[in-house]
Design a binder for this molecule. Sequence first.
Ligand SMILES: O=C(O)CCC(=O)C(=O)O
Length: 263
Amino acid sequence: MKTLIDKSDIRSFNEDGVVILRGVFSEWIDTLVKGAERHIKNPSERALIHHQEKHKGQFLEDFCNWRHIPEYSDFVFNSSLASIASSLMKSESVQLFHDHFFYKETNSGVPTPWHQDMPYYCVSGEQTISFWLPLESREKGVSLKSLAGSHKLNKEVRPTSWSNNENFYEDSDVFMDLPDTNEFELKEWRTEPGDAIAFNFKTVHGANANLTNKISRTLSFRLLGDDAVYKQRPGRTSPSFPDINQKDGEHLREDWFPTLVNS
Ligand SMILES: O=C(O)CCC(=O)C(=O)O
C-alpha cells in the first residue's frame, strides 16, 4: 500500500501546526462531491449564511452533518482520515468531533477572518486536528492560509462573531488579541481536489473572499486525540452542543463523538 504521509509531514504538522498533504484523498472526491451536492440542497438548521451588500453571492457554512449525509459518514469511517490523524497527532486514539462545510458562491465577497478554531469549541488539548478538503482546484489566493507556529501561542486568541466582528463570548478577558500576522511565516498553497491541509485547532488561519467566477466548496473534518477533553466555555460554542451534559476534563461522550481509532 502507498504510504500516504511521511516523517516530514509529521514534523511539519507538529512544528508548524499545519501541513499540506498532496493527493491523500483523491479516491474520495467523487463521494464527497456527491455528499456536498446533497448537502447544499438540504442544509441543516445549524447552517449560517453570510452575505455582503455589494456582492451577489452568499457564503454558507454548516456543521455536524455526518449522520445524515451518508457520503460524509462513509468518508469518516472508511477512508484513511483517522489513521493519518493518529500519525500526525502522535495519538493512539482518534475521536470524531464534527464536520464543517464551507460553500462560497461565485463572487461571494466574504472572507473567513483570521482565527483559531479551539476557542469556539467545547474542547481543550494539544492533540487536535482538522483536515481542510477543497472539492475544486483552488488558486493560492482562495485557498486556506495559516500562520506557522501559531498553535504554540501561550493563550487562546479571542474569538469573534464572523458576521459583525464582535466578541463571541461576553467574558473574553481570558483570551489574547490576534497577534501581528506579519510576525509569522505564512503557509498557503494552491490546492487540488484530493489534497488536504491538516492543521491543529489552535493554528491561526483564515481564507480570502471568493471573488472568482467559480464556486468554492470545502469540507473540514475535525478530530480529537488522546489528550483532548471537554471544556466549558463562557457561553454558547460554535458548533453548540446544548445538551451535552459533560464536565471539564472529561473525554467527549462516545455516543455523540465516536472513536475511529484506538490502538
Ligand atoms: O475555507 C474557509 O473559508 C475557512 C476554513 C476554516 O476556517 C476551517 O476549516 O477551520
